[in-house]
Structure formats: structure tokens, C-alpha cells
Design a protein. Structure first.
Length: 180
């Protein structure tokens, strides 16, 4: 089953979820490593990889949003405050996974250097060449990433707790359904 239903996640939603999750883990690891480095010729390829994976993450998030408009995801399991918190957390994660790559793209464009993706495609500059734009965008990129890390720990912890409580939330995101 590719599409979502009222109580199941379809294969496309699950592949997008776990693919983006994997990319985010790689991006966070790479970003933390890059924050400890001075840019130089020996490590320039790592910056290019980070930018490329960031644009891929942004693209997959846009695809995920379009997919969810086409085939809405099932409602959060349970109800009340827990469901409201789950929806709010998901919306915040979605917003951050759009804002973080965009702020990185803006900061990179503001340096005046071309933003080249996978050593193949040059993206248009979406900001003027400006030290102020560069500093502001990268400061925002860093701050939003820290918020994302905290929110992802909360998200993973809630999913694990709910699974240990036996409600099937995590199982539904892995297998598409909460119960056999």
C-alpha cells in the first residue's frame, strides 16, 4: 500500500520519514564536525557535501509535504493533549527542516561563492553578497539546528515511550500499521 489511509502510513510516507531521518542524522553529525573545522582546500569537499545533503533534505521535505497534501497521514494515536502535542511537534520539525536548509543556502549565497550541489548543479543566489546576511543566516542556521536537536530527542523519546506503553505508534511508522 503506497498511500496513507485513515489508520495506516503508506510505504511512500514511511520511506520519506526514515530517509529524511537518516539524512538528518548524517547532516547533524557532519555539521557538528564542520563547526570545529577551519575551511580549507583539504576539507572543502565536506562543506560541499553538507550543502548537497542539505538541499536534498529540503527537497525531500517539500516532497513529503506535497505527498501529505495528496494523501493525508493518519491522525496521531490516542487523543487529547498527547495528540495536540504530537501534531505541534511534527509541525515544528517540518518548519525547522525547511528553515534550516534555507538559512544555510542564504548564508552560503551571501558569501559570494557559488552554491554547487553534488559538484554538478549551481543553485541560484537567493541572497545578496553581504557579510551581514552571511552572519545572520549562519547564526540562524546554528540556532535553529540546536532547537531541532532538542525537538528530535523529545520526538524520539515520546515515540519510544508510547511504544513501550503498547499503543503501537512506533510500529505504525515502521510497518505502516499499529497492530497485525
Amino acid at each position: 500500500m503506497l498511500k496513507n489511509s485513515a489508520d495506516r502510513f503508506g510505504l511512500i510516507s514511511r520511506l520519506l520519514h526514515w530517509g529524511i531521518a537518516g539524512l538528518v542524522v548524517v547532516m547533524l553529525s557532519l555539521g557538528l564536525r564542520l563547526s570545529d573545522m577551519e575551511p580549507g582546500l583539504a576539507n572543502l569537499w565536506l562543506y560541499g557535501l553538507h550543502k548537497s545533503l542539505g538541499i536534498l533534505t529540503l527537497s525531500l521535505m517539500l516532497a513529503r509535504i506535497l505527498w501529505h497534501l495528496y494523501t493525508p497521514p493518519p491522525r496521531p494515536m490516542g487523543g487529547g493533549r498527547q495528540a495536540i502535542m504530537a501534531r505541534t511537534a511534527h509541525l515544528a520539525i517540518y518548519a525547522l527542516l525547511l528553515a534550516i536548509p534555507l538559512s544555510g543556502w542564504i548564508g552560503s549565497a551571501a558569501t559570494g561563492l557559488d552554491v554547487v550541489i553534488f559538484d554538478r548543479w549551481t543553485l541560484p543566489a537567493i541572497a545578496p553578497i553581504s557579510p551581514l546576511w552571511e552572519e545572520t543566516a549562519f547564526t540562524l542556521h546554528d540556532a535553529l539546528t540546536k532547537v531541532l536537536i532538542a525537538l528530535l530527542f523529545l520526538h524520539m523519546g515520546a515515540a519510544l515511550k508510547r511504544e513501550m506503553d503498547g499503543d503501537g505508534t512506533l510500529r505504525r511508522m515502521v510497518l505502516g500499521r499499529a497492530r497485525d
